[in-house]
Write a protein that binds this ligand. Sequence first.
Ligand SMILES: Nc1ncnc2c1ncn2[C@@H]1O[C@H](COP(=O)(O)OP(=O)(O)OP(=O)(O)O)[C@@H](O)[C@H]1O
Ligand SMILES: [Mg+2]
Length: 339
Amino acid sequence: MFVKPQTSPKPTKEDESLDLTLRPKTWAEYVGQEKTKRNLEIIIEAAKQRKEAPEHLLFHGGSGLGKTSLAYLIAKEIGANIRVTSGPAIERAGDLAAILTNLSEGDVLFIDECHRLNKLIEEYLYPVMESSKLNIIIGKGPMAKTMELKLPRFTFIGATTRAALISAPLRNRFGATFQLDFYSQEDIEKILQRSSRILKVEADPKALKIIAQRSRFTPRVANRLLKRVRDFAQVEGKGVITPDLAQKSLSFLEIDEIGLENGDRRILRVIIKKFEGGPIGLQALAAATSEEQDSILDIYEPYLMQLGFIERTSRGRMATKAAYQHLGIKYKRDQDLLL
Ligand SMILES: Nc1ncnc2c1ncn2[C@@H]1O[C@H](COP(=O)(O)OP(=O)(O)OP(=O)(O)O)[C@@H](O)[C@H]1O
Ligand SMILES: [Mg+2]
């Protein structure tokens, strides 16, 4: 049976309601990402003073790190309506026109997964982003005419997990771009404290520390693990999350002390055992592990790289000494590691 990893940062159906319940409602509740928050504060304040909509903003960073939450907070801060859509949902120019012509002055348009906007839609977006003008083509062939529609001034917020896939012309049209990083252990503990209050579960701070250590420093994963541990505490204990219960339930879920699951360990083991530590290309790695390339790129690799277990070189992925050590495999490549 294929078990979906507990530590995948990607939202599951079940997470959608958890995300909603636990989504920060105020800036104070939005923990961490201090530099981004400070910059946004200035952009928003300056726009308020000029009585204008803030410039278009692009957020990139791994799944579950807080991009959507930021977009909602910004809309709330400027008292705007937020319209939410995603790159793949806008298939035709007509879809885009329908969205844009329904916007009101000062609205926020949030486009998630904007690396998946198709080329044609992107091209329609350029003049929209530059000067709030939408050029629509009416009719076909030699009779076709271009009509220019003036749109209200709005703020486009784009989010993506794959900054590299955003074309340069689109990227350049955002007023500011922010990268969201993995959180610190302390920040995740703070998030878990708030979440346990909202979920009305009593948790020992030491237990929250244990959960935070295994959360891949990603708020969504931390909250999901908290929920799992809460269930475990309810069934196996007295409903209170103690360090012992946290430890037990997470090892029951086969999540190790640094947040790795079977899928992560399998990837490392394949690189080490089958490919002698690498380098190995993405395609070959996907085939050898029966994982999709996208899962490797979005779920496994960012955290394995953050841990320093995988290095990406021009010739492919390599397992580092730290990865060998974590798996308890003897490392014997000191000589030929020089690339
Ligand atoms: N800075 C934060 N402070 C507190 N909670 C956070 C923070 N960032 C994220 N969260 C929690 O994690 C959940 C997921 O965050 P969010 O939906 O904003 O991530 P995302 O970057 O949009 O992910 P995806 O790329 O999958 O869309 C939120 O609902 C919230 O509960
Ligand atoms: Mg999101």
